[in-house]
Design a binder for this molecule. Sequence first.
Ligand code: SF4
Ligand code: SF4
Length: 132
Amino acid sequence: MDSSKIFECQKCGACCKGYGGIFITDQQMKAIAEFLNITQDEFLSLYCEESGGRTMLRTNEDGCCIMWDELCTIHPVKPTLCRTWPYLKSVLVDKNNLTVIQNACPGVSKDVTYEEFVAAVREYHSMDDSAI
Ligand code: SF4
Ligand code: SF4
């Protein structure tokens, strides 16, 4: 299947809604704070929470990511998980994750086979068959 038919974002925002567990690294925190023109401490107190000793973006009361406002307000510096979606490496280790991704993202074809999606994930991450 052609890669454009495997995934085409519908811009529905579904991946920015719900308790997403969008963890961020120190490097990403620095980049986002700079993008927002605030200090890292301000970014931490205004937009982040701790979970399991790690820093993650907060979820608003409406269930959306705190960075969501009809679109991602930090798109140029959004965290790796957001940038990678829906080509998650977790698919490589558990076939069922394709169904989870398809159910979460209307942009992923319902007709794509597991093998086709795995190939797309590998291509996205520039991995070869021995890289799992
Ligand atoms: S859920 Fe999928 S289709 Fe919707 S905005 Fe996110 S990536 Fe695009
Ligand atoms: S950082 Fe942006 S892309 Fe990622 S969940 Fe939040 S609003 Fe969506």
